[in-house]
Design a binder for this molecule. Structure first.
Ligand code: FES
Ligand code: FES
Length: 165
């Protein structure tokens, strides 16, 4: 088996790993780094359950190879808390009932974070487009859209308070 030693940056920390060249990022996150918040779904790039952010952009970790990601910043759901506080998206998802079984939630939240970081005031249509690769069996999507809108509003509010202060 062809194994490489690589250094992967995940949630702000560097990890030296011996990785078989064909092992996916999803497998390395879950099996080697024990970051099981990233969910294992279809493994075919169709469900979005395995979404993580690489340099701020959503990537399907079931299709990504760690050996191609050295030097990139990988963010998983475990790295989303800021200074020990839940991210506004996590709070809004809990408040609006956008989490049911929760299997899709880490991927949805990370796709939504990437959207809100580049577009603080998205329309409902823009949110739906940004989340179109993340399938959810449970919620019917309305609560998810509401949660992202609510988080966006709160993040704008927080930004304007910190700008004033
Ligand atoms: S597990 Fe990666 S898209 Fe479904
Ligand atoms: S909350 Fe169950 S799949 Fe989305």
């Amino acid at each position: 088996m062809d194994v490489r030693i690589i250094t992967l940056r995940v949630n702000g920390e560097s990890h030296a790993l011996a990785v078989p060249v064909h092992k996916t990022l999803l497998e390395v996150l879950r099996e080697d780094l024990h970051l099981t918040g990233t969910k294992h779904g279809c493994e075919l790039g169709e469900c979005g359950a395995c979404t993580v952010l690489v340099d701020g952009e959503p990537v399907l970790s079931c299709l990504a190879l760690p050996i191609e990601l050295e030097g990139r910043e990988i963010l998983t759901i475990e790295g989303l808390m800021e200074n020990g506080h839940p991210h506004p998206l996590q709070i809004a998802f809990a408040e609006t009932g956008a989490v049911q079984c929760g299997y899709c939630t880490p991927g949805v939240v990370l796709s939504a974070k990437a959207l809100l970081d580049r577009n603080p005031m998205p329309t409902r249509r823009e949110i739906a487009e940004a989340l179109s690769g993340n399938l959810c069996r449970c919620t019917g999507y309305i609560q998810i859209l509401e949660a992202v809108e609510r988080a966006a509003a709160r993040m704008r509010e927080m930004r304007s308070i910190s700008d004033e202060g």
